[in-house]
Design a binder for this molecule. Sequence first.
Ligand code: 6GU
Length: 229
Amino acid sequence: MKIDAISIFPDYFDALKISLLGKAQAANLIDFTAVDLREFTHDKHRTVDDSPYGGGAGMLMKPEPWGEAFDFLIPEADSETQIIFTSPAGEVFNQALAVELSQAKRIVFACGRYEGIDERVVEFAKSRASVRMVSIGDYVLNGGEVAALAIIEAVARLIPGVIGNAESLLEESHNDGLLEYPSYTKPANWRGLDVPAVLLSGNHAAIAAWRLEQQVKRTKANRPDLLGE
Ligand code: 6GU
């Protein structure tokens, strides 16, 4: 999968060189490029922001550098490219969207800063690719870079070959609409705390039943919304 990010802080994406995503890039499973939005400015101060029409607090990202960045990355309309504007005003990211995006051929992240981007940029982007506005949750970050990193990690690990143990994808939180059960490793007693006896019993049916019960209990306590409660 080809992944690009447009940002005024491309260094944020250095984190993608680490660990499994770094290995996935070395193995050519993912090809990632970060481009600096300021490369597409032409004034001495490399200006990317301006005050909003109609007034209001803060600054907005001006459209021209974005237009040139899209011209550079997506010179002609490509229905196989997905552009994602990271924004707290977007649809909320979840595992289902991660699965959907993991099928894409190319994703271009447009990472806004300040109070956002001139809305015409989103409109224009639709003439070049499929466009979605995506948030990673109900809180506000200073910019879309950290959100893009979270989305990239969630999507990339679903690409075949990126995760060594494909089975671990099947057994994790959110796959069956329930949170994961608690897990334990050796030693069986640690600082006076015991591993639940059923896990040492060798009774696989009892272990499976205990784990499901724990999943439901945890989901009720932490995410009742997942149970429609
Ligand atoms: Cl995608 N961007 C920003 N700036 N804040 C957010 C977010 C995105 N998702 C949640 N908060």
